[in-house]
Design a protein. Structure first.
Length: 331
């Protein structure tokens, strides 16, 4: 038996699927989300042989307790928890790979793999399309806050790699001074990236309507109903693979009576990841970082040894009553 990069020894492939666990917040302050994710994770009749769903509760301590129970029961890989603080605590407490559903890229490393859709993944998809369409002068407008700062930093990094001119961030809570700020930054840009979905998004899009700029959005836009909203007409945004995700969304709606969000797709993909690796006898860091990667309903992805995830996303264009696929990134 050969040593694995994540420590320990590989199992005999004839021994059947190995054990793994998915940690979801089934109780506590986020129990409604946890139950939604459980529905996604159990589509098709259950997570599968050897995969246990455990309650991570709402605190780092409850998540660590669940992770330790999983490891004591033989889990070789843990998927989850959802939240950053819980994921950091679990990663420090157990010696098996942890695939968190969080999108906090700073968690990556030391045996923790970040599975959530990160600001960098959104920026790579949407700015690659901008580069292909020769939109070279990009402005980024974000509200104050951590996610806005992370999204703007990701856009600068990705834009530089693509040879785009990404202006200094426009950080403001509303849309009142946006046009003046853009003019002061060198006139109207080719495109404005609005990665954060909050109360300021619609007014900002309305302020940019008719200004001759291309609106760009992140995967956060996927949760919005943009049909019949003129300010968003012809905007582009990063999104999951529409064909794969639509089939999942239909199945999820049949099971739950509601539409699936990206995080529900990630829960489904996490279970599928555990199933595939378990069947291959590769529940390990080496299995997670295999060169061929994986394909999920959110799109193709591949884990790096750093713990970061490279993810392929689609780019959709907003029409009058629907969306059209105009491009995608691969891994």
């Amino acid at each position: 038996m050969a040593p694995l990069s994540g420590g320990g020894l590989s199992r005999n492939r004839n021994a059947g699927p190995g054990k793994s666990a998915l940690l979801l917040p089934l109780s506590g302050t986020s129990s409604e989300l946890g139950q939604t994710l459980r529905t996604a994770a159990t589509l098709g009749g259950g997570p599968g042989i050897g995969i246990e769903i455990l309650d991570s509760g709402s605190t780092p301590e409850t998540a660590v307790a669940a992770a330790r129970r999983a490891v004591e029961a033989g889990a070789e890989v843990i998927a989850g928890p959802v939240f950053s603080g819980q994921a950091e605590a679990v990663g420090n407490a157990v010696r098996v790979p942890v695939v968190t559903l969080s999108n906090n890229a700073s968690l990556a490393g030391g045996g923790t793999y970040v599975f959530g859709v990160t600001p960098t993944q959104s920026a790579r998809a949407i700015l690659s399309m901008a580069a292909q369409r020769n939109l070279r002068d990009i402005a980024v407008a974000v509200p104050p806050g951590t996610f806005g700062a992370q999204s703007a930093a990701a856009a600068r990094q990705v834009g530089a790699a693509l040879g785009l001119g990404v202006r200094p961030d426009v950080v403001q809570a509303g849309s009142g001074d946006l046009l003046a700020a853009l003019q002061a930054g060198g006139g109207m840009p080719d495109a404005v990236y609005l990665p954060v979905v909050d109360a300021s998004l619609a007014p900002t899009a309305e302020a940019l309507r008719g200004q001759g700029v291309q609106l760009l959005g992140s995967t956060q836009w996927s949760a919005l109903d943009l049909s019949g909203r003129p300010a968003f007409r012809d905007a582009w945004f990063a999104a999951p693979d529409p064909l794969r995700f639509a089939a999942f969304d239909d199945a999820f709606a049949d099971a739950s009576g509601q539409q699936a969000g990206i995080i529900a797709g990630l829960a489904f993909d996490a279970v599928d990841l555990l199933r595939v690796l378990g069947q291959l006898g590769q529940l390990s860091a080496r299995g997670l970082t295999r060169s061929e990667g994986f394909t999920g309903v959110v799109g193709p992805y591949r884990f790096a040894r750093s713990g970061l995830c490279e993810r392929g996303l689609a780019v959709l264009k907003v029409g009058a009553a629907d969306f059209s696929l105009i491009g995608s990134t691969s891994v």
